[in-house]
Design a protein around this ligand. Structure first.
Ligand code: KE4
Length: 429
């Protein structure tokens, strides 16, 4: 494929933008080569500046569960643009989307909108500390919760991709307050709470980890966290920025029945525009300014454009069978990939829930641990990534990111993807 314009733009970007990108994971550092520059998208497809078309499984890292430029999202944005872009004051739509979120995520009685997932998790941590009067927090190795100082400790996503899970620039004093446990290790949870439970403000977890590729919780793991947090008075925070409205209308908490004290959200609720949110029990949320003493604010919070797009998206995904169809498409893709990998003699396995999935170049039957993710064959992944790209399929440019099927992906896209995969698996051998 011709990529001249992308290359030229990348060279120019390097002059003015650190690393030539506005977010590290876009830089292709995890797969080699230079980042692509895109100029448009429609449905399941992305088009780059050299007019190459790709079936898109990144979906802007999760928000585009309906695919690119869904008509209902576009018309909601156009209607709002006819009225105004932003007011720095409250609007009726903010009440509507808050009600909608509370009706879909039953653990949320009140919700505050912010403008990114990072802001959502940063605010939720501060709220947990303010509510409990405690300082220690717990996160899990390989989980990523945005670039919050105290959470950039053994982080996943771009931090892991770049081999910098512990970012420089984070004061020792911050990271000392963050205790990192291995994901899916029940014994480690028991041991931690035995000694530190009563000093702990909160546990924050991706209830399905989507930033060390895709690792679901083992049975009863989330229940154990719930039990230990309840016993010790620590708050349980589910970071559902990625899984919220993605794996089920009510997120992982709807699937597992494990109810967190606070939930952080983002991506899907903005329909592709900048947004985040945190919410939970009223008695906790009341501690947030202006009623409570935990300060949190934002110029563009509740942006009418992001809320309009988000409302259109939430209405659309609430329609009957939406998730059943999404799951079926993603399952067909996973089954087809495993079949072709087996035929090519390439060690390969997958994880999948709803429209979210992970692919691993590994001999393991089931991937449940960070160590297993790290033991996957990086070379095979890189060969596969570039072969798929050459065959018109755009996967996340990192072995530590989850993939997403949207409502716009149809049988034709799945079939085309599997044909591309046949060539890509062959390229590995
Ligand atoms: P943002 O601040 O990037 O909007 O959200 C941070 C965040 C919080 N929690 C979870 C579970 C997340 O997955 C994220 C962000 N996800 C990454 C992709 N894995 C964003 C992509 C990027 O960093 O460019």
């Amino acid at each position: 494929m011709n990529r001249e314009k992308s290359q030229a733009l990348y060279a120019a970007a390097l002059q003015y933008i650190p690393g030539g990108v506005n977010s590290p994971v876009r830089a292709f550092k995890g797969v080699g080569g230079n980042p692509l520059f895109f100029k448009g998208g429609d449905g399941a497809y992305l088009v780059d500046v050299d007019d190459n078309r790709y079936i898109d499984y990144v979906g802007a890292w999760g928000p585009l569960i309906l695919g690119h430029r869904h008509e209902r999202v576009i018309s909601a944005l156009q209607a709002q643009l006819g009225k105004g872009i932003g007011y720095g004051a409250s609007t009726e739509a903010e009440v509507e989307i808050a009600k909608k979120i509370c009706s879909m995520v039953h653990s949320i009685e009140q919700v505050r909108l912010v403008t990114s997932g990072t802001e959502a998790t940063m605010s939720a941590i501060r709220l947990a500390r303010g509510y409990t009067g405690r300082d220690k927090i717990v996160k899990f190795e390989g989980c990523y919760h945005g670039h919050v100082d105290g959470l950039l400790v053994k982080a996943g996503s771009g931090a892991l991709t770049l081999g910098e899970p512990d970012s420089s620039g984070v004061p020792q004093a911050y990271s000392e307050l963050t205790h990192v446990l291995p994901y899916n290790d029940k014994e480690a949870v028991e041991d931690y709470f035995e000694t530190h439970g009563n000093e702990t403000a909160c546990v924050i977890i991706e209830p399905i980890a989507g930033n060390m590729n895709f690792v679901p919780p083992v049975p009863d793991y989330l229940d154990l966290l719930r039990e230990k947090c309840t016993e010790s008075g620590a708050l349980l925070i589910f970071d559902e920025v990625m899984t919220g409205f993605r794996v089920a209308p009510g997120g992982v908490q709807q699937i597992t029945g494990v109810v967190p004290d606070l939930t952080t959200l983002g991506k899907v609720i903005g329909g592709g525009l900048p947004i985040g949110a945190f919410g939970g029990k009223r008695q906790i949320m009341e501690k947030i300014a202006p009623n409570g003493a935990v300060y949190q604010a934002g110029t563009l919070a509740g942006s009418p454009l992001a809320v309009a797009a988000g409302l259109a998206m939430l209405e659309t995904i609430s329609e009957p069978n939406f998730y059943k169809d999404l799951h079926a498409k993603a399952k067909a893709l996973m089954d087809g990939l495993k079949e072709r990998a087996r035929a090519a003699g390439v060690p390969f396995t997958t994880n999948q829930v709803g429209g979210m999935f992970g692919c691993f170049f590994s001999t393991e039957e089931k991937i449940t641990k960070f160590e297993q993710v790290m033991a996957c064959n990086a070379e095979h992944f890189q060969t596969f990534f570039h072969a798929m790209l050459e065959n018109g399929v755009y996967l996340a440019p990192s072995a530590y990111e989850a993939g997403f099927v949207s409502a716009a992906h149809g049988d034709e896209e799945i079939a085309k993807t599997l044909d591309a995969a046949e060539n890509a698996f062959a390229a590995i051998n």
